[in-house]
Design a protein around this ligand. Structure first.
Ligand code: ZN
Length: 175
């Protein structure tokens, strides 16, 4: 899970308005801890007197270790990873993306439309099986009639190649 995917899931859950199972919330928290904080050390630690609105000051090690005794609030500042540039941007119209259907207020940075299953057969103006019989007949003719050895070899090999391609095409498109 990436941070972007987690935020997207959280915003979707918020938009749905239903309670979210504790397992899911724990998984989101885990992703944030690992992705945002886990591998990093704070770039800077700052402190200020508890319950105050004073400006944050650079904290010494002792301030962090003895924060409670010194009555200090401590905050750790991290260098956050920069958000990635979206690979594909949403195209919003009337509050929803025209490509993936996500709502504008909960969509993540990337547009990930569901991939439609391509039906390449529907695009063909003919049925590939029509070629099978003529190609098989061509092999028979080239084998049994005298048309000269080079021609016979050539047509047999071309017809077999085309039949193999047809088999391959059937395997890929009829699976
Ligand atoms: Zn989209």
């Amino acid at each position: 899970m990436t941070v972007a995917a987690t935020v997207r899931a959280m915003r979707r859950a918020g938009a749905a308005g239903q309670p979210v199972p504790a397992d899911e919330v724990a998984a989101w928290a885990r992703t944030f801890m690992i992705q945002l904080y886990g591998p990093q050390k704070p770039a800077r630690l700052e402190c200020r007197p508890k319950h105050s609105a004073e400006p944050w000051m650079q904290a010494e090690d002792g301030d962090v270790v003895r924060a409670r005794r010194r009555g200090l609030d401590i905050r750790a500042l991290y260098l956050h990873p920069k958000p990635e540039k979206p690979t594909k941007a949403h195209r919003f119209r009337d509050g929803n993306c025209r490509d993936c259907g996500d709502g504008e207020f909960y969509a993540g940075p990337n547009c990930e439309p569901p991939t439609p299953t391509p039906d390449s057969r529907a695009a063909l103006p003919f049925d590939p099986t029509w070629f099978r019989a003529p190609l098989e007949a061509l092999i028979q003719v080239a084998t049994h009639r005298f048309i000269g050895v080079p021609d016979s070899m050539k047509w047999k090999s071309e017809a077999r190649y085309l039949l193999e391609r047809l088999d391959q095409y059937d395997k890929e498109t009829l699976a």
